[in-house]
Design a binder for this molecule. Structure first.
Ligand code: ZN
Length: 332
């Protein structure tokens, strides 16, 4: 058993309480590689922001869960080395799909876990979430649950259709499951293709796709029913058009990729939404920089030559999200 406290990590309880009160959201960035981890830590330290580093099933399959855990420990030490005296970094399991995987992560140094029972029948979702909560709270680990289904594809999590969270269920669910935060579905979606062109309208000036707006009425209804309870938004990348354009300009092919407009995420951050998950934007920033670098420098073959601009581009994106979208800067 390794407690996250020995690793210098924190759980999400205090960061969420402060975020709900302060009207901002904590960034939850997925990571798979050392360059991503470095970029996340650099951005968090530079902006004095708390941060959640999260690990999906795909990340564990790609990088190995043990390595990622040691990287999170390394992230804390790296933040200190960069001059942050008291880094607030949580290591979170994204979309845990069983009690066993949640337990394994809790036993190995994670400070926060998600049990995603959103595809299960309501009572079964409550029962397993509650079992995870009971185990996690023994070790002061926080638990995120999910009600409602997001569309899109994220590693092994995928669904063809979304259905919005039903506000009339949230009070009963949060009370009986004992979860610390709740991921809801109000129109965000996993992946870089969040909406089909048919679901969008086109901006007559630019010809770009404009996605359907988030269901703020449902969010406000949920806030009314569980005031101050930490709410989480998954699938909240914005799929920046300049990164998509760079990728396409240098040999890529991402037609009609579309995300959640940043103005809407900014508005959500001011509500009880206190954790916003961003994964695709980091992938796009990394790929755009690598494609551009290799196209402009066909003789380069040292990975450091193209991973350095990739890391810089990801860091720029993380800083932008923290400062201009989530508002979590200067909160340490
Ligand atoms: Zn997700």
């Amino acid at each position: 058993m390794t407690s996250y406290k020995e690793l210098g990590l924190v759980n999400t309880r205090e960061m969420f309480a402060k975020a709900v009160k302060g009207g901002y959201a904590i960034p939850a960035f997925n990571f798979n590689t050392m360059e991503q981890m470095q970029a996340i830590v650099q951005a968090a330290v530079e902006t004095k922001s708390p941060v959640i580093m999260q690990v999906s099933k795909g990340a564990r399959n790609y990088a190995n869960g043990t390595i990622l855990r040691y990287m999170a420990q390394g992230a804390v030490e790296y933040a200190k080395e960069l001059g942050c005296e008291n880094p607030q970094i949580a290591l979170h399991l994204d979309h845990g799909d069983s009690f066993e995987i949640c337990k394994e992560c809790i036993d190995n140094g994670f400070s926060s876990v998600m049990f995603d029972g959103s595809s299960l029948p309501y009572e079964e979702n409550i029962a397993i979430t509650k079992k995870v909560v009971e185990y996690a709270h023994k070790y002061d680990v926080t638990v995120e649950a999910e009600l409602g289904v997001l569309a899109g594809v994220e590693d092994e999590v995928s669904s063809a259709e979304s259905h919005y969270t039903r506000p009339e269920e949230v009070e009963d669910f949060s009370k009986r499951s004992g979860c610390d935060s709740l991921a809801i579905s109000i129109g965000t979606s996993h992946g870089a293709y969040k909406f089909t062109p048919e679901q969008c309208t086109r901006d007559p000036k630019t010809g770009k796709l404009v996605p359907p707006p988030l269901a703020f009425d449902i969010l406000h209804e949920i806030e009314k029913r569980i005031p101050g309870f930490p709410i989480v938004l998954h699938g909240s990348s914005s799929v920046p058009q300049d990164e998509v354009d760079t990728i396409n300009k240098f040999g890529g092919k991402l037609p009609d990729a579309v995300g959640i407009p940043e103005e809407q995420l900014r508005e959500a951050s001011k509500s009880a939404v206190c954790k916003i998950n961003i994964d695709s934007d980091s992938r796009l920033a990394m790929t755009a920089a690598i494609r551009q670098h290799l196209a402009e420098n066909p003789g380069h073959f040292d990975p450091r030559q193209y991973l350095k601009p990739a890391r810089e581009n990801m860091k720029k994106m993380y800083v932008h999200k923290i400062v201009n979208v989530l508002g979590s800067d200067n909160k340490l």
